[in-house]
Design a protein around this ligand. Structure first.
Ligand SMILES: [Fe+2]
Length: 155
């Protein structure tokens, strides 16, 4: 029903969208630890990414790199682009099945050993990169929070 409202009613604006999100009853999930530089538009509504349109955003699980990640995502498009701008939703279990078919030895190694991501963050956001969020905004820290940030990185 919410999907239908947002897709079919062209008059929905971002504050309406925020009202729908608020009315959903889902607890607010702060954007802490995510990689994308984002701007808060209104309420719980954020831009998806501040990087230029020519930057590709790779397939990813939203905030999978943090211990707690969102279970629900809402999408809103205020101005439909003339071309491009798609947000593909990919079913991970199908990607897994295809990877297992094409690269069984690689998938076996992943399953046996796991995978570790290392991410190096700059101090400030780099809006030219789709994963350019700096450490201060990633962890919602101020400049005087440097000691806390170092502890997080070491831990
Ligand atoms: Fe994302």
């Amino acid at each position: 029903m919410i999907k239908s409202l947002l897709v079919e009613d062209k008059r929905v604006i971002k504050s309406d969208f925020n009202d729908v999100v608020e009315a959903s009853g889902f607890e607010e999930f702060p954007y802490v630890g995510g990689a994308a530089p984002r701007t808060n538009v209104v309420g719980r509504v954020f831009t998806a990414n501040e990087s230029p349109p020519d930057q590709k955003i790779p397939f990813h699980h939203e905030m999978a790199q943090v211990p707690e990640y969102p279970a629900k995502l809402f999408f809103f498009c205020e101005v439909e682009p003339g071309s491009g701008g798609e947000t593909p939703i990919v079913l991970s279990h199908i990607v897994y099945e295809r990877m297992k078919e094409r690269y069984p030895e690689f998938v076996d190694k992943l399953e046996e050993h796991g995978l570790i991501y290392n991410r190096v963050l700059g101090e400030d956001d780099d809006p030219s990169s789709p994963i350019g969020r700096g450490w201060k905004s990633t962890f919602l820290l101020r400049k005087d929070s440097l000691v806390l940030c170092v502890q997080i990185i070491i831990a």
